[in-house]
Design a binder for this molecule. Structure first.
Ligand SMILES: [Zn+2]
Length: 100
């Protein structure tokens, strides 16, 4: 997933939550305290479910990105890109301390 798509998903989730909030507020004010508006509650539930789907997709993307790109750093001797957990630079064979 592209960064732009992630931002869109976050925005979509945020919009669903805003709509759910408005619907809930309207239902509370409109129905009186004694009888909850079931149809309005269904609408709120649907918006919340959509927001959760968006958030799930964002979480999956974050998880996939973390696996695909192991944390990297630069060799202090030659400046080559090496894994953070490496104990030996693969380019100049300098011993390096792994960062955990
Ligand atoms: Zn090196």
């Amino acid at each position: 997933m592209e960064q732009v798509l992630v931002e869109k998903k976050v925005l979509a989730a945020s919009e669903r939550l805003s709509v759910a909030q408005e619907q809930l507020d309207a239902a509370i004010q409109g129905s009186g305290a004694s009888r909850p508006d079931v149809e309005a509650m269904k609408g709120v539930s649907e918006r919340l479910r959509e927001a959760r789907v968006c958030i799930d997709q964002i979480q999956q993307h974050i998880g996939a990105t973390a696996e695909a790109a192991p944390s990297m750093r630069h060799c202090p001797a030659c400046g080559a890109s090496i894994r953070a957990k490496a104990t030996l630079c693969g380019h100049c064979w300098t011993k390096v301390s792994p960062t955990l």
